[in-house]
Design a protein around this ligand. Structure first.
Ligand SMILES: [Zn+2]
Length: 344
């Protein structure tokens, strides 16, 4: 019986040392130490032993059990450690790799341009006004001297919601609303930036949605020279101190006289190049003295009050300033395009 137990110990230890995974260890444990294992079945023969022999065999059996248990534990630890090492190697994190940059957004280029213009006019004592983008026919056209059937309405076809409601085609209704709210009693100095809509076919220079900033100054004794001085300041703020401006006669239904403002070409300094179409000048905005009819519709006495108004497109200013050749780039939300201007 002693030999049998010793043989079991030797066999079990050998098998344990050869095992290369935890499942095998478990199987060996059951086979030798389990209730139906080899040691138990040997000990079943204890009844045939003499009382003197029994404690000797019992002790030996315990020692064998202990020896197998110890080897099992050692092997188990070794296998677990090896398994952990493999896992660590597989899931290793290289702490020397550069971290992922935290992406921070920035204002849209058009927002930056609008804010730059707002800053200038706030400095001149103007207020920033906003109005609804869904506008009535009255404020979008009639209050601006564009009665129903006026041919100039054709230049501003829009998206109609009902016969009387449309997406505004310009920010001018905000001027009419602001003047109307003052009942013709107080001076006005305001600019109104915002989105406007026209039923244009989209191409490199046209978009059915674009932005506008209009300005209005109404007071006693406002003159054309005030307009010219203000526009020159604007041109130099947006395009550089050495820009010259020129005013050309034009037509808008809500101003009389009306002008277009050009700035001297920055690329060729007036020599003539492809950007300025060989003229040395680039058209920037439209302006004029507020039409007496528009003043009167808003409740102002046109004999006492006068004013000027101007309107420009931040899209066009951004395109000229940064050499953007397709207006659609502002509205298609391609981050690769937009993020170039975050430092601008
Ligand atoms: Zn030029």
């Amino acid at each position: 019986m002693q030999d049998e137990l010793k043989a079991i110990e030797a066999e079990a230890v050998e098998k344990l040392q050869a095992a290369d995974n935890l499942q095998d260890l478990q199987a060996i444990q059951v086979a030798y130490l389990g209730k139906k294992g080899s040691i138990t079945s040997v000990l079943r023969g204890m009844g045939k032993l003499s009382p003197e022999e029994r404690p000797v065999i019992g002790e030996l059996a315990n020692n064998v059990r202990q020896a197998i248990q110890t080897t099992l534990q050692e092997k188990k630890q070794a296998l677990e450690l090896a398994e952990l090492e493999v896992k660590l190697e597989k899931e290793a994190i290289d702490v020397t790799l550069p971290g992922k940059p935290v992406t921070v957004g920035g204002p849209h280029l058009l927002t930056s341009i609008i804010e730059e213009i707002e800053d200038l006019f706030i400095g001149l004592g103007y207020e920033i006004k906003e109005g609804p983008e869904v506008e009535t026919d009255y404020y979008n056209f009639e209050a601006l001297n564009l009665p129903k059937g006026h041919p100039a309405r054709d230049m501003q076809d829009s998206f109609y919601i009902t016969n009387d409601l449309l997406l505004r085609t310009h920010t001018s209704p905000v001027q009419a609303r602001t003047m109307g709210a003052l009942n013709g009693k107080e001076p006005v100095r305001m600019i109104c930036p915002g989105k406007v809509y026209r039923r244009d076919s989209d191409d490199a220079t046209h978009s059915h949605q674009f932005t506008q900033i209009e300005g209005l100054y109404v007071d006693k004794n406002v003159r054309m020279s005030d307009l010219k001085g203000t526009l020159k300041l604007l041109a130099q703020k947006m395009f550089g101190k050495d820009r010259e401006i020129r005013l050309r006669p034009s037509f808008f239904p809500f101003t009389e006289p009306s002008v277009e403002m050009d700035i001297s070409c920055k690329v060729c300094s007036g020599e003539g190049c492809s950007v300025c179409k060989k003229t040395g000048w680039i058209e920037i905005l439209g302006a004029g003295m507020v039409h007496p009819k528009v003043l009167e519709m808003a409740g102002y006495d046109a004999k006492e009050y006068s004013g000027f108004a101007f309107g420009m497109g931040p899209d066009r200013i951004a395109m000229l300033k940064y050499g953007v050749d397709d207006i659609r780039a502002f509205y298609t939300s391609d981050v690769r395009f937009l993020k170039q201007f975050h430092q601008a």
